[in-house]
Design a protein around this ligand. Structure first.
Ligand code: THU
Length: 126
């Protein structure tokens, strides 16, 4: 899959977002080393702290299916800014895939690419 296609897969997930509280849809598409893609969207809750971000939805779907060999993730929003992952999602990405490439997509479908050390310097691990 090309970078553009992975970004499109993340954008397609915006439709599935459940975000009645923030009205800020996010989609994610996570690619494994063999090309398998797990998608996710943000899923909110009336008890706000129970909300799960799009990236973690995709990562937890993949891990629960026995996969941890993540290569790239695309994260898409609808705003003009590139949709960058929150701190918690960065930490979860680091747990499974320190070499992950992160494609941050804006509402126009343009994207910027980051490494995890760029997004989460001086990170905590055990
Ligand atoms: N959100 C994500 O899905 N991913 C992020 O990395 C940042 C935030 C979601 C959570 C919430 O549903 C909405 O965006 C506003 O914070």
């Amino acid at each position: 899959m090309t970078e553009k296609e992975l970004c499109q897969a993340a954008m397609d997930m915006l439709e599935r977002s459940y975000c009645p509280y923030s009205r800020f849809p996010v989609g994610a598409a996570l690619e494994c080393s063999d090309g398998t893609v797990f998608t996710g969207c943000n899923i909110e809750n009336a008890a706000y702290g129970a909300t799960v971000c799009a990236e973690r939805t995709a990562i937890f779907k993949a891990v629960s299916e026995g996969r941890r060999d993540f290569v790239r993730i695309a994260v898409a929003g609808r705003s003009a800014d590139y949709c960058v992952p929150c701190g918690t999602c960065r930490q979860v990405m680091l747990e499974f895939a320190p070499g992950l490439e992160v494609l941050c997509v804006n509402g126009a479908g343009d994207y910027e690419k980051y490494t995890l050390p760029q997004l989460l310097p001086h990170s905590f691990t055990l």
